[in-house]
Design a protein around this ligand. Structure first.
Ligand code: 5AD
Ligand code: SF4
Length: 485
């Protein structure tokens, strides 16, 4: 395959996906009408970009605006407030937002009182500078300032530009019950912590999302329980580094680490599937793996970003583990949870990476044989450790060629892994009608593989056993051989 675009879309051709990948411009559509709502006569529209955490944040934003009386609309033309919840992880992500912003020019011309707000990582990274660069923007609101959004809107209505990009050491939005974005009501994200203290040298996140803080464990369990009672059958616990989750109550009589939190959520009900993302190889403990093995409803699936398979590059990336350490963690997973699916993030062409060091990434992929991988070439981000300390010296063509090698190998492994599923039966949680055919449903296995099968009389939220008959590198197809009551 020839690479022609400035970046390569490595999003897996999945029916769906639930990982730390950039999603683009999804519009928040549903409102939860279970709570009373006093309209203030204003309508807002919100699009989300970036990682799962951003999508989860949009649900928090929706809840805050709803409390203040704002009604959600799917049509930006009729909105009084247009919001873009943005991502800064790679340059391409920011370019996408800037392009999207331009498309609102006409709305502003037709209806000059419409306000445009930038939320999320790009707001935090660029702060006031965003107002100078993008004249269409009226409001800039960082990830820890969402409670202030109604005020920022009212301030902007007076004709002023409104900015709040204060980062907090405490804000976890623990008390806010998110308005759920997904329409099916099967699977929900539950944010368990915010920020990141890791300082990977390539990464902008510690600057855009601030210091790491863990959310009250009781509020996480209560939110998950409430979701189950409302018919949800899966929760994904979200954090930049879930393994460093740590919460204690005020008198310190209660202390909860991630393994203990997982257990608490798993105990809500055996029919509630529990997933989580993202794990960090330096922090992932056997205690977590053993908890996963102990509970059937904790899914056997771990997203464990490798980034590079070479120890010198890992050191330069400030990942604080070695190639050998990562291998040992993989061995531990295979030993404690033999059928665990594993996925990863990989960056090619990081500063000074040699051809041999790139080969180490490929050989690590051979060692693990990932079920799924999110693959990127290195994109230098302003203000990061790498940008300040190292030269971005790998030519773009080389970065892309290495990326293509990684993609090719991953496609081969994914196909092999899926082919190994043929003839086996998997318990699947039905999510929705397939995007490709009205007559089919789809849902995921415990190991996060998307499975397609005939609809029959089945419905979302049911658990079924599916015998796998065929596959591609991205999806499995099968026949339902059993239905759980
Ligand atoms: N360039 C390319 N990829 C990056 N990622 C994070 N920062 C960068 C960057 N500057 C990737 C990492 C991370 C995933 C969410 O995005 O692989 O795990
Ligand atoms: Fe998520 Fe990172 Fe993008 Fe922010 S920069 S939206 S934390 S992926």
């Amino acid at each position: 395959m020839r690479l022609t675009s400035s970046n390569i879309d490595t999003r897996p051709r999945h029916e769906d996906q639930l990982l730390a990948e950039e999603r683009q411009g999804e519009v928040l559509e549903s409102t939860d009408l279970s709570e009373s709502f006093l309209p203030n006569g204003k309508k807002y529209y919100i699009e989300s970009y970036g990682c799962q955490m951003n999508f989860s944040d949009s649900e928090i934003v929706a809840s805050i605006l709803r409390k203040d009386g704002f009604a959600l609309t799917k049509q930006f033309e009729e909105a009084d407030l247009i919001l873009l919840n943005t991502c800064s992880i790679r340059e391409k992500a920011e370019q996408t937002i800037r392009k999207r912003l331009k498309s609102f020019r006409q709305v502003k011309k037709d209806k000059s009182e419409t306000k445009i707000g930038i939320l999320g990582c790009m707001a935090e990274r660029l702060k006031k500078q965003l107002l100078e660069e993008e004249k269409l923007v009226d409001i800039v609101c960082g990830p820890d300032a969402y409670r202030d959004l109604p005020n920022l809107f009212y301030e902007s209505e007076t004709g002023q530009k409104a900015v709040n990009v204060l980062l907090s050491r405490e804000e976890t939005y623990a008390d806010i019950s998110p308005v759920r974005l997904d329409k099916g009501g099967v699977s929900a994200f539950v944010s368990i912590m915010r920020g990141c203290d890791n300082m990977c040298s390539f990464c902008v996140v510690p600057f855009t999302r601030g210091r790491e803080r863990s959310r009250n464990a009781n509020s996480i369990v209560a939110e998950s329980e409430d979701l189950f009672n409302r018919g949800y059958r899966e929760v994904t616990l979200l954090g930049q580094n879930v393994d460093s989750y740590k919460w204690k109550n005020e008198d310190e009589s209660e202390k909860v680490n991630f393994a203990q939190l997982l257990e608490k959520v798993a105990l809500i009900h055996p029919d509630l599937r529990v997933r989580f993302s993202t794990s960090h190889p330096k922090d992932m403990t056997n205690e977590v793996l053993e908890t996963m093995a102990k509970y059937d409803n904790i899914c056997n699936y771990i997203h464990l970003p490798l980034q590079s398979g070479n120890t010198r590059i890992l050191d330069k990336m400030n990942r604080t583990y070695t190639r050998e350490w990562y291998m040992e963690r993989i061995d531990a997973i295979r030993q404690i949870i033999p059928d665990c699916a594993i996925s990863s993030d990989i960056i090619t062409g990081f500063c000074s990476e040699t051809e041999e060091e790139h080969q180490d990434t490929l050989s690590m992929m051979e060692y693990v044989r990932y079920d799924l991988n999110y693959m990127f070439f290195y994109s230098e981000r302003p203000g990061t450790l790498a940008q300040r300390k190292f030269e971005d010296d790998i030519p773009l063509e080389t970065k892309k060629r290495r990326l293509q090698e990684v993609i090719n190998l991953q496609n081969k492994h994914a196909l092999e892994r899926n082919e190994a599923c043929i003839g086996k039966t998997y318990k699947v949680l039905i999510e929705r009608t397939s995007k490709k055919s009205e007559d089919d449903l789809c849902g995921r296995t415990d190991g996060n593989k998307m499975v397609i099968f005939a609809k029959g009389n089945l419905q979302p939220k049911m658990y079924v056993d599916v015998l796998i008959k065929e596959c591609t590198s991205a999806t499995l197809k099968g026949e339902v051989v059993g239905v759980y009551e």
